[in-house]
Design a protein around this ligand. Structure first.
Ligand code: APR
Length: 252
């Protein structure tokens, strides 16, 4: 752990990339966990697609309204707050998140790169219109004021490309990182999962925080096989302590 802390203190460009696992401790089910209630017979991957919205816009809209209400009831957890603290205490800390729940921003992390968009907004598929959905619990799909078509959640669906600016910023951050944290992601979905490999190719030290092994575990220099809030709080505790740095490797 101390060697990692040494890296943290010496690093010029620290990147965190988070997935659904960091929001699990806020009570938000991860993307591949079975869905509950009305939605248990649907797989997220079947609903989060342009085809599903085309075929049954109201079904997809209601699913998102249900997810939005779930998110609205939940708050950032110590894992989100720890990343904010690290960003405040160290220089050049960039956060890329695959999550659309907005909890990192709510925890105070700045300049969040939303790789898959943000569920709190709606957007038009045909023009640049975007609007906030936070105060809307209606099952009536809002219409674009310019195009008079259904608005859709401002998230990236399966089969869609990553927003250009998020993609560019993320690739630049990953290629310049000297320390890259992959937190709470199954590392199964590209191009997000490719960012760890890009960082690795550029000689970054890789840290994985995930209770379960993933395809990236074998290339990680440090592995915290524990919940994100536990690992990140341990890092915060040691980071804020003065004292000598001893050489420790592998599992912390
Ligand atoms: N702390 C850290 N990791 C956790 C925790 C926790 N408390 N709980 C679960 N995890 C890990 C799981 O072990 C799993 O590897 O979080 C990961 C969640 O994986 P997924 O559900 O696949 O979510 P994610 O990796 O974010 O999916 C990536 O794929 O489906 C698309 O757009 C969707 O953004 C999503 C992307």
């Amino acid at each position: 752990m101390h060697k990692l802390i040494h890296f943290l203190k010496q690093a010029n460009n620290i990147v965190f990339m988070t997935g659904a696992g960091i929001s699990a401790e806020s009570g938000i089910p991860t993307f591949r966990e079975a869905q509950t209630g009305l939605w248990e017979k649907f797989k997220a991957e079947e609903l989060a697609t342009p085809q599903a919205f085309e075929q049954d816009p109201l079904l997809v809209w209601k699913w998102y309204q249900w997810r939005r209400q779930l998110i609205a009831k939940n708050k950032p957890n110590p894992g989100h707050l720890a990343i904010t603290k690290i960003q405040n205490e160290l220089k050049h800390v960039t956060l890329i998140t695959q999550n659309v729940d907005g909890l990192h921003q709510e925890a105070g992390t700045r300049d969040v790169i939303e790789f898959h968009g943000n569920i709190r907004n709606n957007k038009c598929s045909y023009c640049s219109h975007v609007e906030n959905n936070s105060d809307n619990q209606s099952d009536v799909i809002p219409q674009c004021p310019n195009c008079e078509v259904n608005l859709r959640p401002a998230v990236v669906w399966f089969g869609e490309s990553i927003p250009e600016s998020a993609s560019q910023q993320s690739m630049q951050a990953a290629s310049q990182a000297d320390l890259f944290f992959s937190v709470g992601t199954s590392s199964r979905v590209y191009p997000a999962a490719g960012l760890v490999e890009l960082a690795r190719q550029n000689k970054a030290t890789i840290v994985e925080i995930n209770p379960n092994a993933t395809p990236m575990t074998s290339i990680a220099d440090y592995v915290f096989a524990e919940p994100a809030s536990v690992a990140l709080q341990r890092i915060i505790e040691v980071l804020s302590l003065p004292g000598d740095l001893v050489n420790t490797k592998s599992n912390i």
